[in-house]
Ligand binder design. Structure first.
Ligand code: CTP
Ligand code: MG
Length: 228
């Protein structure tokens, strides 16, 4: 059985919507609901763990109870950093889960195909992350603004979510990060530092994270074209 943790406890500072950005409407439906419906369409997914700010738990719970067709869900309080929100969610994962996925609630355009590929690869390899080949040349730049290196673009991938791991590996990685006071920018970075393998699963460019107001326009446009 697969458990999915959805971090949704951020402040949406770059969106400046005045409300939690994952409650904004996209194609007539809150972003969070759209995301949860897509995961609910995946057979192996057994539970949804939604992490929101402590003062939003009751309201979000009430809102989700009105939505039909969702897999069993729970809403729990997050922390001040995304990684702490995940940590809180991890404490609630069912004993029956063998694989845990983490997916930004703010990525409502993820496909079932990508979710399934991440589950299968996580089970086979221990860890798997959705990603797309970098389109732009990327430079390493020092503190003075001088270019230090140009890594070959063919080796660079832009990482998204879902990121999936065997449960024991993700738990171990998070405990190690807490013990060492390590704060990563994604979940896989915690797993990489305990020496466990992480495989890349090719996703698609539609799986954007709704971060700034223009991302909403882009997401609406993607919604209008038929899904692959
Ligand atoms: N998130 C979280 N807990 C935090 C910070 C972020 O659960 N302490 C969640 C967000 O709600 C979002 C996802 O992690 O679904 C990705 O983070 P991001 O896009 O950066 O969202 P925000 O942190 O809300 O936005 P901003 O950085 O602009 O404030
Ligand atoms: Mg943030």
């Amino acid at each position: 059985m697969v458990s999915v943790i959805f971090p949704a406890a951020g402040q949406g500072k770059r969106m400046q919507a005045g409300i939690n950005k994952v409650l904004l409407t996209l194609g007539g439906e809150p972003i969070l609901v759209r995301t949860l419906k897509t995961f609910s369409a995946v057979e192996e997914v057994g539970e949804l763990i939604v992490v929101v700010a402590a003062d939003e738990v009751t309201a979000v719970e009430g809102q989700l109870q009105k939505v039909s067709g969702l897999k069993p869900f729970q809403v729990v309080a997050g922390g001040s950093e995304r990684q702490y929100s995940i940590y809180n969610g991890l404490q609630q994962v069912a004993a029956a889960a063998d694989v845990v996925l983490v997916h930004d609630a703010a990525r409502p355009l993820v496909s079932v195909k990508t979710i399934q590929a991440v589950i299968d690869t996580a089970r086979a390899k221990g860890g798997a992350i959705a990603a797309v080949p970098a389109k732009n040349t990327i430079k390493v730049v020092d503190a003075e603004g001088l270019v230090v290196d140009t890594p070959p673009r063919s080796t660079l991938w832009e990482v998204q979510t879902p990121q999936g791991f065997r449960k024991d590996i993700l738990l171990k990685a998070n405990e190690a990060a807490v013990a060492d006071n390590f704060l990563g920018t994604d979940d896989a970075s915690l797993v990489e530092r305990i020496g466990a393998p992480v495989a890349v699963v090719q996703s698609d460019y539609r799986n954007i994270k709704v971060t700034t107001p223009e991302d909403l326009l882009v997401a609406e446009a993607f919604l209008k074209c038929t899904a692959e």
